[in-house]
Design a protein. Structure first.
Length: 263
C-alpha cells in the first residue's frame, strides 16, 4: 500500500474579479522529496502556493497536510503544524541584525508572554540562550556567521535569500514551500542555495519549490508538476516533461493546447 503523501492539493479553484486564476489544480507531494511547481507566467503557481500557505482562501477545493485538512487555516496555524512558506521577495527584518532575525523566527517563545517576561526570567533567559546557540550554528551552516552582527538590510539579494532559508530552518519545519528562491541572484549563489536545499532534504525536510530556472529544477528536484491556466497539466521528471508536447506548447503559448496528451 502506498504511503499517504505529505501534502495533498485537491481541486483548488480561485477567481479574482472574474478572472479564474486557479481552475481545479490537484497534485501531491511525497515526504522526503524536492518537488518543483513550474509553468508559464499566469499559470496560477503563486496563487496555489498562497492557498496552501493560508494567505488566500480558495473558492473550492481542499488542502491536506500530514493527513489533516488545513484548507483556509491562518498562516501562523499552518506554520505551527510544520508547513512554512517563504516568499518571492525576501521578508527579513531590515533593522535587526542577521542573528536577531533568526532569534525571532521560532514561535511560542516564553519571552513573548508578559507573565514570563515579568516573573519567569530564568525560564525565558535559558530558552533565549539555547536559541542563540542554535541560531549561530544555523548561520555557520549557511555561511552567514561572519554577517551575524550586520543589519539585515545591508545584505545582498542572494544573502537575503539565504537568510530567509536559515530563518525557516530555525522553526524546525517538516516542509518548506519556496516561492522562486533563485530569482534575481547571481549564479554562484544559485548553486549555493541549491546545495543547501539538497542538504536539508537529506536532513528530513520536504520541499515544494516554485521556480522558473529549469536548469536548477532539473538538477535538484525529484519530481516536477506543471501548471497551465490554473490546472495541473503534467507531472514527471524534467527530461520526461521536455518530451511532452502539451508541456512544450504551454510554455510557448501560455495555455493548454492539447491537455489530453499530457499525463
Amino acid at each position: 500500500m502506498d504511503a499517504t503523501p505529505l501534502l495533498e492539493v485537491d481541486g483548488i479553484k480561485k477567481a479574482f474579479g472574474g478572472v479564474q486564476a486557479v481552475d481545479g489544480a490537484a497534485f501531491s507531494v511525497d515526504e522526503g522529496t524536492v518537488t518543483a511547481l513550474i509553468g508559464p507566467n499566469g499559470a496560477g503557481k503563486s496563487t496555489v502556493v498562497g492557498v496552501i500557505g493560508g494567505a488566500i482562501a480558495p473558492d473550492e477545493g481542499r488542502v491536506s497536510f500530514r493527513g489533516e485538512e488545513i484548507t483556509s487555516l491562518a498562516p501562523h496555524r499552518i506554520a505551527r503544524r510544520g508547513l512554512i512558506r517563504t516568499f518571492q521577495i525576501s521578508r527579513e527584518y531590515p533593522a535587526m541584525t542577521v542573528l536577531e532575525n533568526l532569534m525571532v523566527s521560532p514561535s511560542n517563545q516564553r519571552g513573548e508572554k508578559l507573565a514570563n517576561a515579568l516573573f519567569a526570567h530564568r525560564s525565558y533567559r535559558n530558552q533565549e540562550r539555547q536559541l542563540a546557540v542554535k541560531a549561530l550554528d544555523v548561520l555557520e551552516d549557511f555561511g552567514l556567521y561572519a554577517m551575524r552582527d550586520e543589519y539585515a538590510r545591508n545584505l545582498s539579494g542572494g544573502q537575503k535569500r539565504l537568510l530567509e532559508l536559515a530563518r525557516s530552518v530555525m522553526a524546525d519545519p517538516t516542509m518548506l514551500i519556496l516561492d522562486e528562491p533563485m530569482a534575481g541572484i547571481n549564479p554562484a549563489l544559485i548553486s549555493h542555495i541549491g546545495e543547501h536545499i539538497l542538504r536539508l532534504r537529506e536532513a528530513g525536510i520536504t520541499f515544494l519549490m516554485v521556480e522558473h530556472n529549469l536548469e536548477v529544477v532539473e538538477r535538484i528536484c525529484d519530481h516536477v508538476i506543471v501548471l497551465a491556466v490554473g490546472r495541473t497539466l503534467a507531472q514527471g521528471t524534467m527530461s520526461e516533461l521536455r518530451a511532452n508536447e502539451a508541456v512544450v506548447a504551454a510554455y510557448l503559448t501560455g495555455g493548454i493546447v492539447d491537455a489530453g496528451t499530457a499525463h
